[in-house]
Design a protein around this ligand. Structure first.
Ligand code: PLP
Length: 445
């Protein structure tokens, strides 16, 4: 691990200024293997030649080198903000490999997406009306990108309320079961021949596969209904692509990568066989399932103490990189692995202890009352399964810096090679982001 550790600095490039107390790692072979598993699970289930775009949900790991790595593996990007769109473009993705979803697209964002030729899914009827105006004003002869509507199948919640996108009152998409909604959607498509896609994202962590599959089945049934009407009216089908979203849950309890993409495809095929017949192109939007198992945090134990009878290890990994775990520990438990200062697995009897982060509030704990070999200053903790939505979704509490992210590969001779994917944020960068150049601005106002 470049620069991590409590002992001698193993990174000569650091010039002996002391090891950084925290590094984040991405297993590049693992990421490539996940992308290949996703691609082949769908390819094996679809007739050859069926158009498929696997658009990585950028919010899971918004790092340009990661997006470029996934692009090499044939993946696109699903973006949900101007920033994420800029990252996808910086990674070299062409507009035909980008999908824009967001519940709050401004008119300017919609206009830019249309001008660039980026597919997008409207979240609601008001957004459709904005699109009407933009489409009407598009210069004659310009091709529109693929446009769709996000629907909420309202199939119900999983175990984590904040991540359940298909409840009856979810903020996303048009609720398919609301009174009159289905008829309004059919009319919306009949009036807009340029709507050629349907979108849903009905699952996420905590949502079981059968529930995700049921949501996709509902959306496929709606696509069939829209197409039957279109054939009756015009002799031609209208919806050519179904965007089935992402949301494959990740196993945070062990190294097993379950459920697999094959199991996901099997569940989908059983629920909506017509989606795999080749008459629809598919877009997928997986985030967590592609990256989570391939990220690792390594942090130094700075101090240890016992308070009220509870051993506590104070480390450098806390709320800044495991925000959900700290604020909602029951929904987002993480494994903690204990190593000594040289990186050897730590032995000894398990002792219940708290693993705390560096932030100045009492709840900043990665694990509470966790049985681990008793940690000592200079030891290392490793936190696996953190490749998505953890260190890539930095939380700036206490002005804690974004830690460096290194990709690694292990060569055939067993030698590990590292490549920097994101530099650690420096104090002067923190000052600049905190209005450092505006020191006197309020005084003079
Ligand atoms: C977050 C999100 C995804 C990815 O979800 P994962 O659980 O990371 O797979 C896909 N589509 C949309 C619209 C999203 O908001």
């Amino acid at each position: 691990v470049p620069g991590a550790g409590g002992g001698a600095d193993p990174d000569p490039g650091a010039g002996g200024v002391g090891a950084p107390p925290l590094v984040c790692l991405l297993d590049l072979a693992g990421i490539r293997a996940s992308a290949a598993a996703l691609t082949s699970a769908f390819a094996a289930a679809l007739p050859p030649g069926t158009p498929v775009l696997h658009a990585f949900a950028v919010k899971a790991a918004p790092l340009v080198p990661v997006l470029a790595l996934l692009a090499d593996a044939g993946l696109g990007c699903e973006v949900a903000s101007p920033g994420e769109l800029a990252l996808a473009r910086a990674a070299g993705l062409t507009p035909d490999r980008i999908v824009l979803d967001s519940p709050a697209k401004t008119t300017a964002e919609l206009r830019e997406a249309l001008a660039l030729g980026i597919a997008l899914n409207a979240d609601n009827e008001q957004e459709l009306h904005r699109l009407d105006a933009l489409v009407a004003r598009a210069p004659a002869g310009t091709a529109l990108p693929p446009l769709g509507v996000r629907v909420n199948p309202q199939t119900g919640a999983g175990t984590i309320g904040a991540l359940s996108t298909a409840t009856s009152t979810s903020k996303f998409g048009i609720g398919l079961r609301d009174p009159g909604a289905r008829a309004r959607l059919l009319r919306a498509y009949a009036e807009r021949p340029w709507l050629t896609r349907l979108h849903t994202h009905s699952g996420s962590q905590g949502v079981p596969l059968p529930l995700i599959a049921r949501g996709v089945r509902e959306v496929h049934a709606l696509a069939e209904e829209i197409n039957a009407e279109a054939v009756r009216r015009t002799g031609r089908r209208q919806v050519d692509t179904v965007d089935i979203g992402g949301g494959l849950p990740v196993n945070f309890a062990s190294d097993d990568g379950t459920p697999t993409y094959e199991e996901y495809v099997r569940a989908l095929r059983e629920a909506a066989p017509g989606l795999f017949g080749g008459s629809y192109g598919l877009v997928t939007e997986f985030g967590r399932a592609l990256l989570a198992k391939h990220g690792l945090v390594v942090a130094r134990v700075e101090y240890t103490k016992t308070t009220g009878g509870r051993p506590i290890a104070v480390t450098h990994a806390g709320v800044q990189l495991a925000t959900r775990t700290v604020y909602a520990p029951a929904s987002w438990p993480l494994r903690i692995l204990a190593y000594d200062a040289e990186g050897r697995p730590k032995g000894g009897p398990a002792v219940a202890q708290d693993v705390a982060g560096p932030a100045c509030f009492a709840g900043d704990l990665l694990a509470e009352d966790r049985a681990l070999p008793l940690l000592a200053p200079g030891d290392l903790i490793a936190v696996p399964d953190t490749g998505a939505y953890f260190f890539t979704a930095h939380y700036g509490y206490n002005s804690l810096p974004r830690p460096a992210v290194h990709g690694f590969t292990v060569g055939p001779e067993g030698k590990t090679r590292f490549a920097l994917a994101r530099p650690a944020q420096t104090p002067s960068e923190l000052v600049a982001e905190a209005g450092g150049a505006l020191r006197d601005a309020l005084r003079q106002a």
